[in-house]
Design a binder for this molecule. Structure first.
Ligand SMILES: O=C(O)CCC(=O)C(=O)O
Ligand SMILES: [Fe+2]
Length: 402
C-alpha cells in the first residue's frame, strides 16, 4: 500500500480499536542477546497490559509472516497424508510430542476439539515427518527455535515488569524444547477444518480431510471491528443471569466449537493466527466474551496458570476459546494457528511465595486476591510437571475416539 499521511492516519485509527494492547519489540525479540533498553521498555508495557488484560499483541517480534504461513503449508501437507502414514507420528500418553487428530482432546471435558494438531517438544528432528515431507523438519525446527528465542525475550521482560532480576524466569526455563522429560514447552501447529453445514459427512472430523487449505490469510488488513457479539446478546435476552457464560448447546452452530473455553497451563502462550478469526477472550474480572480480531503478522502473548500462581494473580491467566464463525462462507474455510506454550522446567516448584518481594507487589491493589492464592498455595505446592500432567489427564480423559 502506498505510504501517505492519510493511509497512516487510517491505520492508526484501525489499530486504536484493538481490544489488546499492541507492543512493538523493535525487531529484537529473537536476538540471542536482546537490546536491554528494549527489554526494559517492553517490561514496563507488559506491567500494564498483562495486569489489566492478561495479554498483549506483539509486533516487529522477529518472526516473519512468511515463515508462519510456510509452517501452515507443511501442516496441510501432513494432514493430507494417508492415515497409515500419519499413524507413525501420533502423540502417545506420557510424551506430548506428535500428531493429535480431531476429536481427541476435550478442553471442557465434554466437547471434542475440531482440529488437527502437531506438537513439537524437542528440537531434535528425529520424530518429525521428514521422510514423507522433505523440508518439514528443517522449517519447523527453525521456527521452534525462533519461538524459543522470543519466549526468552518475554521471560526477561516479564521479570523487569515485576521489578525482579531480569534472569529470574529465564533460569527456571533453561530446558525449553530439550524434550518433555525436562520441560513441557511445546510448539503446536493447528489446523481447524472447514465446517460445512449442508453436506452430510463433511463434518466428520474423524476423517479430517482438509479442504480450502490454500486459504492462509484472506486479508492483509487489521480487523478490529467493534462487532456486536451475537452470543452475548443472546445471553442477555435469555435473562437467566448466567454471567454471560453460554453452554455449548446454545452456540449458534449447535454443539460444534473449534476450541472450548479454557486457560493455558503454562507460564504464557504465544499465538499466531491466520485471518479467519474466531478467537475470543474474557478480560480479567469479566464474564463477557470479546473477539480478539486480527493484526497481520502479530503474535498474541497471553498469561497462563503458572504465571498467575507465581504473580499471585497480578497477571491473571486468560480465558479464551475459538468459536465457529457465524457467517457460513467464513466457516466453510479452514483456519490455521500456531501456539507456543512456554513452560518452566519440570522440576521447578511453583509457589506464589517464590518471587522476590518488592514495593510494587506489596502495594498492589490485588492484595485480597493474593491472600486467597497464598492460602491455597500453603496447602500444597506442586512442581511444573505435576501441574501439567493433571491438566493433560482432564483434557484427554472422557475420550472414546482414541
Ligand atoms: O487456535 C487458537 O487460536 C487457540 C488455540 C488454543 O488456545 C490452545 O490450543 O490452547
Ligand atoms: Fe489456549
Amino acid at each position: 500500500m502506498l505510504k501517505t499521511k492519510s493511509n497512516d492516519d487510517k491505520l492508526d485509527t484501525l489499530l486504536s480499536r484493538s481490544l489488546v494492547p499492541i507492543i512493538d519489540l523493535a525487531h529484537c525479540g529473537t536476538e540471542e542477546v536482546p537490546v536491554r533498553s528494549v527489554v526494559n521498555r517492553v517490561g514496563l508495557q507488559f506491567r500494564k497490559a498483562l495486569s489489566e488484560k492478561g495479554m498483549a499483541l506483539l509486533v516487529n517480534h522477529g518472526i516473519s509472516d512468511e515463515k508462519l504461513k510456510t509452517a501452515w503449508d507443511h501442516l496441510d501437507d501432513f494432514v493430507n497424508l494417508s492415515a497409515d502414514v500419519k499413524q507413525h507420528y501420533i502423540r502417545t500418553d506420557g510424551d506430548n510430542h506428535g500428531y493429535v487428530s480431531p476429536g481427541i482432546e476435550r478442553f471442557d471435558g465434554k466437547t471434542p476439539e475440531l482440529r488437527h494438531a502437531f506438537n513439537i517438544c524437542t528440537l531434535n528432528a528425529k520424530n518429525l515427518p521428514e521422510e514423507p515431507l522433505p523440508g518439514f523438519a528443517d522449517h519447523i525446527s527453525t521456527l521452534a527455535n525462533d519461538f524459543k528465542a522470543l519466549a526468552s525475550f518475554i521471560l526477561q521482560a516479564i521479570a523487569i515488569s515485576l521489578d525482579i532480576p531480569h534472569t529470574f524466569f529465564l533460569e527456571k526455563h533453561s530446558h525449553m524444547l530439550s524434550g518433555d522429560h525436562d520441560n513441557m514447552t511445546t510448539l503446536r501447529m493447528l489446523y481447524y477444518p472447514p465446517v460445512v453445514d449442508d453436506e452430510p459427512g463433511q463434518n466428520d472430523f474423524v476423517k479430517g480431510r482438509c479442504q480450502y487449505s490454500y486459504q492462509r490469510c484472506v486479508s492483509d488488513m487489521p480487523d478490529f471491528r467493534p462487532e456486536q457479539n451475537a452470543r452475548d446478546e443472546y445471553s442477555e435476552l435469555d435473562g437467566k443471569g448466567n454471567d454471560g457464560e453460554l453452554s455449548e448447546h446454545k452456540l449458534a452452530n449447535g454443539a460444534i466449537i473449534r476450541c472450548g473455553a479454557h486457560v493455558d497451563y503454562g507460564t504464557f502462550t504465544l499465538l499466531a493466527q491466520d485471518s479467519e478469526g474466531g478467537l475470543e477472550v474474557k478480560l480479567p474480572g469479566s464474564e463477557k466474551w470479546h473477539r480478539v480480531g486480527h493484526l497481520p503478522g502479530a503474535i498474541l502473548v497471553n498469561c497462563g496458570e503458572i504465571l498467575s500462581i507465581w504473580t499471585q494473580e497480578r497477571y491473571p491467566a486468560l480465558q479464551h476459546r475459538v468459536v465457529v464463525p457465524e457467517q457460513e462462507h467464513i466457516r466453510a474455510r479452514g483456519r490455521h494457528s500456531i501456539a507456543f506454550f512456554c513452560h518452566p522446567d519440570n522440576i521447578t516448584m511453583i509457589s506464589p511465595n517464590d518471587l522476590p518481594q518488592n514495593d510494587t507487589a506489596q502495594n498492589s491493589t490485588c492484595l485480597k486476591q493474593r491472600k486467597k492464592s497464598f492460602k491455597v498455595a500453603k496447602e500444597k505446592v506442586y512442581n511444573a510437571y505435576q501441574i501439567i500432567q493433571k491438566k493433560f489427564r482432564d483434557t484427554y480423559s472422557n475420550n472414546n475416539n482414541q
